[in-house]
Unconditional design. Structure first.
Length: 36
């Protein structure tokens, strides 16, 4: 992760860096709610 962004991530959180954040978010939702 870029050092400039590391300080912006709250403790206990995980940063995900993606050039297609919408697809990443949609994939997570598909895993959480596979029937929808």
């Amino acid at each position: 992760m870029l050092p400039a962004l590391r300080d912006a991530v709250p403790a206990g959180s995980m940063a995900l860096v993606s050039d297609k954040p919408h697809h990443l978010f949609a994939d997570v939702l598909d895993q959480l709610y596979p029937g929808s």
